[in-house]
Design a binder for this molecule. Structure first.
Ligand SMILES: NC(=O)CCC(=O)C(=O)O
Length: 277
């Protein structure tokens, strides 16, 4: 399976429309890949809280529609990163009506999954103040041409909560897709946690981070593709970059059979759950 992670770099001086045009071109250039992944909140500006109200989208709004068109054009499954989702008529449990929502599109441009970020980053500010928390674990079989693996979706700060990834494994996940806007100040934690999630859950991990500085927050880059043993197959630097990697989907079953650590779980293990071996 050929995978491209696009570590998008952006600053405050670019409109959402211009950035969307630019990202469409970046995705278009990945023709020949089976799965293309974009970072968290690249259209709204992940740390640009004040701009969010003007940059909200729906899952069939302009940003996702452009991604759907280009997915269809290049015949790839596209993880469109996440948007600041404000669905009309859905106020949410806290009345904020805003979610950090990632969208997965198949090669016909159809929306096949929507994941709303569960763990909101900001310690009382930013996401916890402005957004609703997602409530649903999302795991699905990737469709052609990216077929062969079961994917679990999560977003950035979620990476600090291993129980989410264990829940995904219990639902059969073999690959974690993690779009992010993880700042440079804590990039070593990002690099370590990507590998930790891969090792403890024996899954591929696709961590697609952001580059550049927006809202005075320098982003950390270092997007990476990790295999189910925790080996780094590819890692980006700090600027805009595309990681192009071929992975072997059979590696998950191989690793889990040859080193069946998931079968030794003592807490919370459902013996009938798929994905343990
Ligand atoms: N966008 C985020 O969720 C940032 C997470 C982060 O900075 C951290 O966990 O550290």
């Amino acid at each position: 399976m050929r995978i491209a992670l696009i570590q998008v770099e952006y600053a405050d001086d670019e409109s959402v429309e211009d950035r969307t045009d630019r990202v469409v071109e970046l995705v278009r250039a990945q023709k020949g890949h089976d799965l293309v992944v974009l970072p968290e909140m690249w259209s709204a500006g992940a740390f640009d809280y004040r701009a969010w109200p003007d940059r909200t989208q729906t899952v069939d709004g302009p940003v996702v529609s452009r991604m759907a068109e280009v997915a269809r054009e290049i015949g790839a499954v596209v993880h469109a990163g996440s948007i600041a989702e404000a669905p009309p008529g859905e106020p949410g449990p806290q009345g904020r009506g805003l979610w950090n929502t990632s969208v997965l599109l198949d090669a016909r441009g159809e929306r096949i999954a929507r994941y709303r970020k569960m763990h909101r980053f900001g310690f009382g500010n930013g996401e916890p103040r402005l957004m609703e928390a997602g409530e649903e674990v999302v795991v699905l079989d990737l469709p052609a041409p990216a077929h062969g693996l079961v994917a679990g979706l999560s977003t950035c700060y979620d990476l600090r909560f291993p129980e989410l990834y264990r829940a995904q494994v219990d639902q059969g996940a073999q690959l974690f897709v993690v779009p992010a806007a993880w700042p440079a100040a804590r990039v070593e934690a990002w690099r370590l946690l990507l590998r930790a999630r891969a090792i403890e859950d024996q899954c591929f991990v696709l961590g697609c981070n952001t580059a550049g500085t927006h809202a005075r927050t320098p982003m950390g880059g270092h997007s990476a593709v990790i295999d189910p043993r925790g080996e780094v197959l590819a890692e980006a630097g700090t600027g805009q970059e595309v990681l192009s990697v071929t992975i072997d989907p059979t590696a998950v079953a191989e690793v889990r059979e040859s080193f069946p650590v998931l079968a030794d779980r003592r807490l919370g293990r459902d013996p009938d759950a798929p994905g343990t071996v």
